[in-house]
Every structure is written in structure tokens, then in C-alpha cells.
Design a protein around this ligand. Sequence first.
Ligand code: NDP
Ligand code: MG
Length: 384
Amino acid sequence: MSRRKKFVLLGATGSIGESTLRVLRKHPDKLELLGVSANQQEEKLRTIVHEFQVPHAHLGTSPKNPEAFSSATTLSSGSSNLNALASHDDADVVVVAIVGSAGLGPTLAALNAGKDVVLANKESLVVGGKLVTEAARKSGARIIPADSEHNAIHQCLLGQEDRALDSIILTASGGAFRDLPIDKLKDVSLEQALQHPNWSMGPKVTIDSATMANKGLELIEAHWLFGLPPGKMEVVIHPPSIVHAMVRFIDGCCLAQLSPPSMTFALQNALLFPERHHGVEKSLDFSANLNLSFTPPCEQRYPCLRLAKQSLAQGGCFPLGFNAANEVAVDAFRMNRIGFVQISNIIDATLNKLNAIEPLTIDELHLLDSQIRETAETVVNSLN
Ligand code: NDP
Ligand code: MG
């Protein structure tokens, strides 16, 4: 039997973190958890450390009750220590399941140290796609996509020649308000936006699904992962979330990847790559009535998708601006400071104030990111 893969799980207390731990429970003979991180959920982190006897743990905030952790566990806090955990000498793979652009630093730290990264955190590619892909290229580390659509494309492309790829098609559920009359969108509540029809996910990505900012971020993510221009990437609404993505080849044939809407499939595929083993959950039941419909998204219902495409076409700092403005707007919506439809207004107004420059270093990028967040905050305040 081959040695167990040692992995670090950043963002262990979140939704992707939980799904990753389900994969670990299924395959304790193939995987070993070397380190975990959370931002502020100390107790939940401690429970994970206890269950899996994890030697290294990291908390974003300073721990309130450090003595409750086992003495066999090294507990750290602070962002430089998070980067140290992400590049730990003994790690084979680092799963980045942090939400938002906070995932960029540890993703870069892992790749710079030559660690393969199982990437759920799409924002790091949106914000720093060039830096991230260059770091991987220089060190020879692999970025193995865990976002379900990108993992699907990764699976469909295996064994194919690069020159054979024509385009990709990302599917989208359409989110919580797919069937709501458009004029009712202005009245929806936070609770309603947090009800996803198919997926159980963290709050930010659930709201991003309702606006389809998520699919916009995923187009930008796909651009960096698969090297495709905007004209070679499509989005279709596929309500059951069973086909996760499709790849069209130059001969006109399309391949699709299908599995039930649960992240354990993509995460297991990415973590155990290139091996396949029995899954955590049951596969699809084709004796049931599966209605695999596909329709183009309505631009009026999903202005965030148009804004994301526009930012990708503009390039430079615009995708970074799209992400920063979206994070500020989603936070404001979660704090009941703005209405749902204002999320896209804030992104639009923030992007309109942006000058076309391209940050070349991580420091320039962080500076620009915080400046754009300030601009977006000003836009939020002007709406109140
Ligand atoms: P959650 O909000 O459920 O979890 C986020 C995790 O990140 C938690 O462990 C949280 O710690 C930690 N965290 C939050 N803020 C910071 C920070 N500033 N620094 C370090 N750690 C932080 O998110 P999800 O699991 O839903 O999503 C994670 C990522 O995966 C996102 O980028 C999302 O877009 C992507 N994704 C998610 C999918 C899903 O099904 N959920 C599907 C595909 C992609 P704490 O708990 O202590 O706050
Ligand atoms: Mg996805």
C-alpha cells in the first residue's frame, strides 16, 4: 500500500472544510490531516483537531482558550503563521477552503513552496490569477480545481490534447431566485437569499449564487485555470445541478461530468487525484426521472454575471475590482445595510470609478484591493 497523502486543510470549519472531512473519514487509509485552520470558530476547530489528532492548528483571531487544545497540537495565530502552515515541509497537498480574497496569501505560500493545491477558493484566482499561475509554473506545483465546475472540466480534459479543446460550458443552478418574477427581486430578504435550491454551502457563496456573481467569478477562475479567452467560455442555467460543466472539442463533440449536487464528489476527486476510489455518497440513480435541461441565463435577472464578464474582458485590475466590490456589497447585504438588487449597483458603480492599472506584486495588489474596498464602502454609504 502506498503512503498516506499528508494534507493541510485551510478553512476547515466551513462548508467545504466539512465536506473535505467527510472524504477523510471515508479514506483514513489514504489521507492524513497534518494541519487545519479557521478564522474565529475556535471550539469547532478544537473538535476537528481532537477527532483527527491533528498536529498543527491555526486560528485567525488570537485563541481564547488555548490550553483546551491537546498538548500534542501546535496552535498558532496571525497571517504569517497561516502562510507557514500552508507551506509546511511535511505537506503533500494543501486544500484552500478559505472564503474570499483572504485565500490568496496562503495559496501563494503553498505554491511557492512547491505544494500541490486543491483549490476551492475561487477568489484567489480572480484577484491574483497571474501571480498564482506563475507561482505554480515556477515551482512545478499543481493547482487541482475543487470548485465543482472546474473539477468537472479537469476530469473531462484528462487524456486530451491541448489543441483539441474548443470551449467550455459552465452550468449554473440559477440560485435562490431563478423563478421569481424580476420585479420582485427588490423585495427579497437575506433569509430567502440564503436558501439555495440544490447546494448546501457557506453564506457568501450562496448569496453569490443568487446574484450569479459566483458564476462570474467562476468564469474568471476558469480563464486562469484553462487559459481560455472570454469568447470560449459559456454559462448555461441547469436547474438540477447534476451536469457540472461540459467541454466542447474542435471536432464538435462535447464531454460532460455528472454527479449529485454535493461537494464531496469534486473534493474527493481532487484530493485523491489521480486515483479514483469509492465515493462518500451514492452516485446518480438513472432509473429516476432525470430532467437535464439547459437554458441561457437572463441578463436582466443576473446583472452581476454581465459585470464579471465585462471585468474579465477589461482585464488588469478589473477582476480584482469586481471581487472586492462584490465582497463589500455582500457583507453590506448580510448586515441589512442594502437590498439584494443593490449588490450589482455597488459593483457597477465601483468598477466605473476604477483606473486601468495592473498590480504586479502581492503588496501592490493588497493596496489596490483595500483602496477599491474603500471606494465600494463609499458607494454603500451613499445608498443609505
Ligand atoms: P464558509 O463561509 O462556509 O467557510 C469559510 C472558511 O474560511 C471557514 O473555515 C472560516 O473560518 C475561514 N475564514 C473566513 N474568513 C477567513 C479569513 N479572513 N482568513 C482565514 N480564514 C477565513 O465558506 P465555504 O466553505 O462555503 O466556501 C469556501 C470557498 O470555497 C469559497 O471561496 C467558495 O467560493 C468556494 N466554494 C464553496 C462551495 C461550497 O459548496 N460551499 C462550492 C465551490 C466553491 P471560521 O469558520 O472560523 O469563520
Ligand atoms: Mg462552483
